[in-house]
Design a protein around this ligand. Structure first.
Ligand SMILES: [Zn+2]
Length: 723
């Protein structure tokens, strides 16, 4: 059985998204109508790789339907078992249930993200509410709950090993959190709240989409676009043309408050217009999200109260590594002063540049505003880190980075080796499959590398798990990394930016978490850990992208084979720390907003007209209301927390990064890139999935509680904080 509360199946993240979940092949065949369906039986390919060459869009819906029917039958058999509940006949039986559904769901959702089409999107819309209802039907089945609860109460007498006890605890926790112990009328209220919350989330999403499209800024005069590249101007003309605005230019908006185009536009009035359009999104009018979110946070607070929690944040955080709202407040409070001090220093430098340019031009100067930041900070960057991307790129060639960087580090640390398999089917011809072998030469997993951008691929970068490792089901991992690297013309080398190299290491950190998993139960496998733990192995693995011993190995000129000159590497790394005051502050401000919206009781939820004042007060009380650095998202377009699965969880990236940077420090204190160090991390973290409490896993590895100093150092925030 696959557990997913409130329909949250995959997590979107910065800089990547990670699709968790599991695929569990089965012995049962489904129904007769399913006879020719590629999901009907477990795949017979190596590592149970999905038979991509045999899957058609028309196979999904019948497989979903049959899979839900099959799982309900299996769960009913567990519920109606006349024998007393045992760990085997209840918990392990639930783990074994739902194989067909897991197979189709994992393959469908992964392909819908990386290789979608209109029909798949329609199937997604159609199946999402059915899957939510399906999971409610299992979690709110009183006879299943009675068995799970009786076992949990008797856990001290069951003589379970540690991992089995953890599994029982997870099942109990998930049922409790889904509302299983509630009285029948309260469960009805819960289902009703879930439904309302779900439809508000959809409305929020649709409003953001519409408001973002409508917020695009029309420019009548090409002179106003000074600073943009010919390519950008061409794209703006094309966008305008697509809306029937021939002879004009259209600046479309990105999700965030700050708009990338502001870094290049020299016309200050146009910058201000774009900024105003960005922060004005979904405020008032037909796409007003203030009303939607005010209702949403009230209903979430009500649901939390119904489930016995002080707030939605308390409910969400209980199941995270952080544990409590106080712990999140503490983390934000620990990082905020250093981030703000750095941001203020960056602002002072920008202001100096603004003043100097005004003096030189004989114009009056002006005070730095949010719409000015990127434009001038880009100029400051050019002065201090004159980094010629064209000079670095020839040293960062994709194949070298993959084989001699990403795979090399995994070999040095964990003894892994990789062999390309061209005999297995893929869903798209650019996708490559590698078989992963352990240090003892035994086959360990499959790794799919899907690195190039495509029109039918979701943006950003993420890891996806097609098959999760589990000894119970005799399964080894099949994991994929998806990036959006522009594909050059045939015959041209694939030269990367250092950010893309870092993203490859980041995503491979998630992949390692999946493929090194060594647990018994599928629910506890690999990356199925709390949100604020899942970005830990990935952000940790980024450190090897900039480790001199690894860089020396992969960063070689694609033609001459010459190594990247050390002074160029130093500049590349120094540039990574540039503008981190701004980046950290805008992130923390958004995280503080998220907490404020979700730490309230139902009575504290504001009315629609109180939304702006609530937001302002939240920024003030967290000390993050610094005008030149607005929150990365304002509430009315903060999709992470109001639409996707990050409510009360936007802090999670930073929490994970604290663990990652502590781990980096641990490696450096213990001699860096060695098998002994790698094996130690593997045994304590990467192999363990959620087979124990993540807090305990980290403490056992690190020897003490997490600390923020290494993170401040990594982000270059130390000097400004004075320590
Ligand atoms: Zn990630």
């Amino acid at each position: 059985m696959r557990i997913a509360l409130f329909g949250v199946l995959a997590t979107a993240c910065v800089p990547c998204a990670l699709a968790g979940g599991s695929a569990h092949p089965t012995q049962s065949a489904g129904t007769l109508a399913m006879a020719d369906n590629p999901f009907a039986q477990p795949s017979t390919l190596a590592f149970e790789l999905p038979p991509f060459d045999r899957i058609h869009d028309s196979d999904y819906l019948p497989a979903f339907e049959a899979g839900m029917r099959e799982e309900l039958r299996e769960v009913a058999a567990i519920a109606d078992d006349p024998r007393p509940a045992t760990f085997e006949n209840t918990i392990v039986a639930l783990e074994r249930a739902g194989r067909l559904l897991a197979r189709v769901e994992s393959t469908f959702s992964r392909l819908n993200a990386c290789n979608t089409d209109a029909q798949m999107q329609q199937i997604d819309t159609e199946t999402a509410p059915k899957l939510t209802a399906h999971r409610d039907a299992i979690h709110l089945n009183p006879r299943v709950w009675a068995r799970v609860d009786s076992l949990y109460r008797a856990r001290a007498t069951l003589h379970l090993d540690a991992e089995s006890l953890q599994l029982l605890t997870r099942y109990h926790t998930e049922f409790v959190r889904a509302g299983a112990p509630l009285a029948v009328p309260d469960q009805a209220r819960l289902r009703d709240l879930n439904k309302q919350i779900s439809s508000l989330r959809t409305r929020f999403k649709q409003n953001v989409l519409k408001a973002t499209a409508e917020g695009a800024v029309v420019v009548d005069n090409i002179a106003a676009l000074d600073g943009l590249s010919a390519e950008q101007i061409g794209a703006a003309a094309q966008s305008a043309g697509a809306r029937g605005l021939t002879g004009k230019w259209l600046i479309t908006l990105q999700n965030t408050t700050n708009q990338p185009v502001l870094a290049r536009l020299s016309n200050r009035a146009l910058r201000e217009r774009i900024y105003a359009a960005s922060i004005g999104r979904a405020r008032g009018g037909a796409t007003d999200n203030a009303a939607v979110l005010a209702q949403l946070v009230r209903l979430r607070a009500e649901r939390a109260a119904l489930l016995g929690y002080a707030s939605h944040a308390a409910y969400q955080l209980e199941d995270e590594t952080a544990g409590t709202p106080q712990a999140v407040r503490d983390l934000i409070g620990q990082v905020a002063p250093a981030a703000l001090a750095r941001a203020r220093a960056e602002a002072a430098e920008i202001q100096k540049l603004i003043d100097a340019q005004a003096r030189a031009a004989g114009r009056p100067s002006f005070a730095l505003q949010p719409w000015d930041w990127s434009f001038y900070s880009e100029q400051v960057r050019k002065v201090h880190y004159a980094l010629d991307q064209a000079a670095v790129a020839p040293y960062l060639e994709l194949e070298h980075v993959l084989q001699d960087g990403v795979f090399y580090a995994a070999h040095e640390l964990y003894g892994l080796t990789f062999k390309e398999r061209t005999d297995l089917p893929v869903y798209q011809s650019d996708v490559r499959v590698f078989e992963v072998f352990d240090a003892d030469g035994k086959p360990l997993a499959l790794f799919l590398a899907d690195y190039f951008a495509r029109d039918n691929k979701q943006g950003g970068a993420w890891m996806a798990s097609y098959v999760t490792q589990s000894k119970l089901l005799h399964q080894q991992a099949v994991v994929a990394n998806h990036l959006n690297i522009p594909k050059p013309q045939a015959g041209q080398p694939v030269l990367l930016t250092f950010e893309e190299v870092t993203a490859m290491f980041h995503e491979f950190g998630h992949a390692l978490h999946g493929l090194l998993s060594d647990v018994r139960y599928p629910l506890l496998s690999g990356t199925q850990v709390p949100r604020d733990f899942v970005e830990y192995p990935s952000q940790y693995n980024e450190m090897w992208a900039r480790e001199p011993a690894v860089v020396a190995h992969y960063a070689r000129h694609y033609q001459s084979g010459e190594p990247l000159p050390p002074q160029l590497l130093e500049r590349v790394i120094a540039a990574q720390k540039f503008n981190q005051g701004y980046a950290t502050t805008e992130y923390l401000a958004a995280a503080a907003l998220d907490q404020a919206w979700h730490q309230i009781t139902p009575a504290e939820a504001p009315a629609t007209e109180g939304v702006p004042a609530f937001e302002a007060a939240a920024l003030r009380s967290s000390g993050l209301d610094y005008a030149p650095v607005p929150p990365r998202y304002h509430s009315t377009y903060f999709s992470h927390i109001f639409e996707s699965g990050y409510s009360a969880g936007y802090y999670a990236y930073l929490w994970s990064e604290v663990l990652a940077r502590d781990t980096g420090q641990w490696f450096h204190r213990h001699g860096g890139l060695t098998r002994a160090n790698g094996d130690y991390l593997r045994a304590h973290i990467l192999a363990r999935g959620r087979s124990a409490d993540p807090r305990a896993l980290f403490r056992d590895f690190y020897g003490r509680a997490p600390e923020v100093a290494p993170l401040l150092e990594y982000r270059g925030l130390v000097s400004a904080s004075g320590g």
